[in-house]
Design a protein around this ligand. Structure first.
Ligand SMILES: *Cc1c(COP(=O)(O)O)cnc(C)c1O
Length: 378
């Protein structure tokens, strides 16, 4: 193959990735190679991927609609179940209009590529998700990155009425939140648009699980574009973009990854709809998750590793070196505990880490096993 130069380099640097051989996984358990592990590496924060309500909704929709959407949304793919999900999302989050995407990655591509042209600027947090960074690189807009959550740095770089500021609700590799009151103030003051990608806040934070904005006492209408995904706390997959009716109509016409892609399968839309209904009433699951987060943080406070300041389900332990991170993950695996060893280029050089994620599906005993194993491995 004439294209494998960078793969060889990655391998030489010990950074080549391969797919793990997973047999089956849910919010709590993972089966690999005939062995069972406790899963601390997923994003099923509320344990919904196996919830009977979601499975039954998917089964019913498979019977009523079939398993495929048959076409892209603008042709004939957009059906009653999709409209029902859209109106539930509007009602839940207080949005005027929403549209559905097969993935968060394609939603971010559609928004940023369709809205911005070369006279615009896109300001993004340096730690924004790869889908946002990549959308920025592909868009003709000028991309300006600012230091993580540094509002003074952002303010210095802002120009009036020139484009879009985008940040995450909860940062996927660090678990901390962006300061949305401050972002709103800067966007309003400079006449720029503001977009949230709340993949990791939605479902977990705020009243009814409405996400990071609700957690920080803000309405969905304080941003121009609200993007969220269905593959994390909602336990399924897919995404939505919400905002004004005008924004959604515009993206129906110019969002290429929306227009030229087969619509969400009806069983998926039905499962997401069941998930949203469940999440709105899931205060018990959210309280259990918060208790596990507190238990974990207490349990590892004394370890010689940097625990990042996160109050969310994402609890990174930074080991620094790649080798140390891999050794630690392997020791935990020996104890039946599966954690994510995250290395560059996913995170900055020198900040390799265990990305430990907690789920309402875990028990206190699961978390105790993890903290005990970390103490004995270090
Ligand atoms: C997971 C994630 C995405 C991508 O969503 P998918 O539906 O998995 O494609 C986008 N943004 C953030 C912040 C994410 O964590």
């Amino acid at each position: 193959m004439p294209f494998n130069l960078s793969l060889a380099e990655r391998e030489a640097a010990g950074l080549k990735r391969t797919l793990p051989a997973i047999d089956r996984v849910d919010g709590r358990s993972l089966y690999s190679d005939g062995k069972q592990f406790v899963n601390f590496a997923g994003n099923d924060y509320l344990g919904l991927s196996r919830a009977p309500e979601l499975r039954e909704a998917a089964e019913r929709a498979a019977r009523d609609y079939g398993v495929g959407a048959v076409a892209s949304p603008l042709v004939v793919g957009h059906q009653a179940i999709h409209r029902e999900l859209e109106s539930e999302l509007c009602d839940w989050l207080g949005l005027e209009s929403v549209m559905l995407f097969s993935s968060g990655f394609s939603a971010n591509q559609a928004v940023i590529k369709a809205l911005l042209s070369k006279e615009h600027t896109l300001w993004q947090d340096r730690l924004n998700h790869a889908s946002l960074q990549e959308a920025g690189l592909l868009s003709p807009a000028r991309m300006v990155r600012f230091a993580h959550n540094d509002m003074t740095a952002l303010e210095k770089k802002l120009k009036p009425s020139a484009g879009l500021i985008v940040s995450e609700g909860v940062f996927s590799m660090d678990g901390d939140m962006a300061p949305w009151a401050e972002l709103t103030r800067l966007a309003n003051g400079s006449g720029n648009w503001l977009m949230i990608d709340d993949a990791h806040g939605l479902g977990v934070l705020g009243e009814e699980g409405r996400g990071t904005l609700a957690e920080q006492g803000l309405e969905a209408s304080s941003v121009n574009i609200f993007m969220g995904t269905f593959g994390k706390a909602l336990g399924v997959s897919g995404a939505f973009v919400g905002g004004s009716r005008e924004l959604v109509e515009y993206l129906h016409n110019f969002g290429r990854s929306y227009i030229y892609s087969t619509h969400l399968p009806p069983p998926q839309a039905a499962a997401v709809l069941a998930a949203v209904r469940l999440v709105r009433k899931a205060d018990d699951r959210r309280a259990h998750l918060r208790a596990l987060v507190a238990q974990f943080r207490n349990g590892v406070a004394e370890l010689p590793l940097q625990l990042l300041p996160s109050a969310t389900a994402i609890q990174p332990l930074v080991a620094g070196e790649e080798a140390a991170t891999l050794t630690l993950a392997a020791a935990l695996k020996q104890q039946g505990l599966w954690t994510g060893a995250i290395r560059p280029p996913t995170v900055p050089k020198g900040s390799a880490r265990l990305r430990i994620t907690l789920s309402a599906a875990h028990t206190q005993a699961d978390v105790q096993r993890l903290t005990d194993a970390l103490h004995s491995a270090l």
